[in-house]
Design a protein around this ligand. Structure first.
Ligand code: FAD
Length: 459
């Protein structure tokens, strides 16, 4: 029997069976109205065989009571100009900027979406988008980050507090993830989700790439410049760059549903002062949780707080829904990502201080401008040195791990600043890769020119 089947023939058979194109992404609603069971059984027939995995195995073993990882060659997944590790606000902006500047760009993300804490952590409120300059409210999150926020306006219920005389918008996480996907794909950034960068590849004192783990095993990526936007400085720490480590409050954000059906006055009387902050969806509020000071690099702490926070949130919402006025409320979602605020901070060639940020000053190597949380004070120029390790070559950082003092962390880790420092790191990495120089030798005027061309605000 001839078992060969063309793609067209397969499509035809599946369509006739009511399954539609099996190879194109398609949202299938449960049309039967009988629950998902029947549909799932039908989908079972889409199971296809694939070739048996045949990669070399090099398992660890025990020798003299020690676990030994054997030396082995690693397959090189890809070589690229700019490799961005971590697709949060900072990494995403870095990748879009580098790719738009013409650098071959790749981004590796451990989860399945862009946005990091903003989307996966359900943080949602983009603080520090504006400042006050000469009595005028001035937008500082422009360029790549500004475009991302603007694109939300195309959709209903995707953003609030954006527009004339408004600042610190709140976005809908699904809209943000959708637009981030759209912009990264338009820029032709090679993306790999579900990959965890675990080590660096060194060439003397320079980073030349990373080692990452995934369902497909351990592999390597080689790059001219690596941008560490893991938020936790995983890559610069693995490379031995000088850095500091901080503890910070670790929380878990959640979202309440059916808020528009709650009797707020009755709930207030019962002691619930607020149900949380507004979201673009009128029936939903997001609720922040500060949490105790903890070490965001300690897996026992991460696990303990994940359990404790989730339980506390569940119990709180259960209680509220049994309170007169709150009967319709329900727990829509706890954030898939626990809220780690600060861990490692790079020791950069310039450690920016809070004091510097509040004094009128200019830096010749300004690559971004930080905003005001309350929209009321002047912007603070951010010098290139906060992205650049003191000694390590081949690497830049951006986002919540930049080189700043403890007091400035409360400004530097906000989404607004992460978008702009990410944009700056991407532009600098692209220029370094193109000019074949180390990030520390990059032409600052060239980087600034590129940033301005890409719409960034440098003061
Ligand atoms: C509870 C809480 C509330 C907050 N509230 C606000 C607020 O209201 N407004 C505001 O502006 N800011 C707020 N922040 C701060 C802000 O959300 C974050 O600091 C900011 O989003 C950080 O962006 P980032 O890109 O630097 O890092 P992250 O968002 O942490 O992104 C890092 C990315 O790297 C990925 N990654 C990490 N390690 C690896 C690895 N080894 N390999 C591959 N990928 C990796 C992660 O999955 C993630 O996608 C809050 C933070 C918390 C925790």
């Amino acid at each position: 029997m001839n078992t060969h089947m063309t793609r067209r023939k397969l499509f035809h058979i599946l369509s006739a069976a009511g399954l539609g194109p099996a190879f194109a992404s398609r949202v299938v609603a449960d049309e039967s109205g009988k629950g998902s069971k029947g549909k799932e059984q039908t989908l079972g027939s889409m199971l296809q065989s694939t070739s048996v995995e045949n990669r070399p195995r090099h398992p660890a073993f025990i020798r003299d009571g020690k676990v030994i990882q054997p030396e082995r060659p690693l397959p090189v997944f890809q070589e690229t100009d700019v490799l961005v590790v971590g697709g949060g606000a900072a990494g995403w902006a870095a990748a879009v900027s580098a790719a738009r500047a013409g650098a071959k760009t790749m981004i590796v993300e451990r989860y399945g979406c862009f946005g990091g804490l903003w989307t996966g952590g359900i943080v949602l409120v983009v603080i520090s988008t504006h400042t006050m300059e000469n009595g005028q409210m001035t937008q500082v999150v422009r360029g790549i980050g500004g475009e991302l926020l603007d694109r939300h306006a195309k959709f209903d219920n995707a953003i609030v507090n954006r527009g004339e005389a408004k600042f610190n918008p709140t976005t809908d996480p699904e809209a943000t993830m959708f637009i981030m996907d759209e912009m990264i794909q338009e820029a032709k950034v090679k993306t790999i989700f579900h990959c965890w960068a675990t080590d660096v590849i060194m060439d003397g004192g320079a980073v030349r790439g990373v080692v990452f783990d995934s369902k497909a095993g351990r592999q390597a990526i080689l790059a001219k410049v690596v941008v560490d936007t893991t938020g936790d400085g995983d890559i610069f720490a693995a490379a031995g760059a000088e850095h500091e480590q901080r503890l910070h409050a670790m929380g878990l954000v959640h979202r309440l549903g059916n808020v528009d059906r709650a009797d707020l006055a009755a709930l207030k009387k019962a002691g619930y002062k607020t149900l949380g902050a507004i979201e673009p969806q009128p029936s939903v509020r997001w609720v922040n949780l500060r949490g105790p000071t903890a070490n965001g690099l300690d897996i026992n702490e991460l696990t303990r707080l994940q359990f404790e926070h989730r339980r506390a949130i569940w119990e709180r919402v259960q209680k509220m829904s049994k309170t007169p006025g709150g009967e319709q409320l329900f727990l829509l979602q706890t954030a898939p990502q626990i809220g780690v605020r600060t861990t490692r901070l790079l020791a950069g060639t310039h450690q920016l201080t809070y004091k510097e940020s509040r004094e009128p000053r200019k830096f010749p190597d300004t690559v971004a401008v930080g905003g005001a949380q309350n929209g009321k004070h002047a912007g603070w120029p951010i010098p290139y040195g906060v992205l650049l390790p003191k000694k390590l070559d081949g690497l830049l950082t951006a986002g919540r791990s930049i080189s700043m003092d403890d007091k400035l962390v409360e400004d530097g880790r906000l989404i607004g600043a992460c978008l702009t420092t990410g944009h700056a790191a991407g532009a600098a990495a692209a220029v370094a890769a193109k000019d074949g120089c180390r990030p520390r030798d990059v032409s600052i005027p060239k980087v600034q020119k590129l940033l301005r061309e890409q719409g960034a605000y440098l003061g």
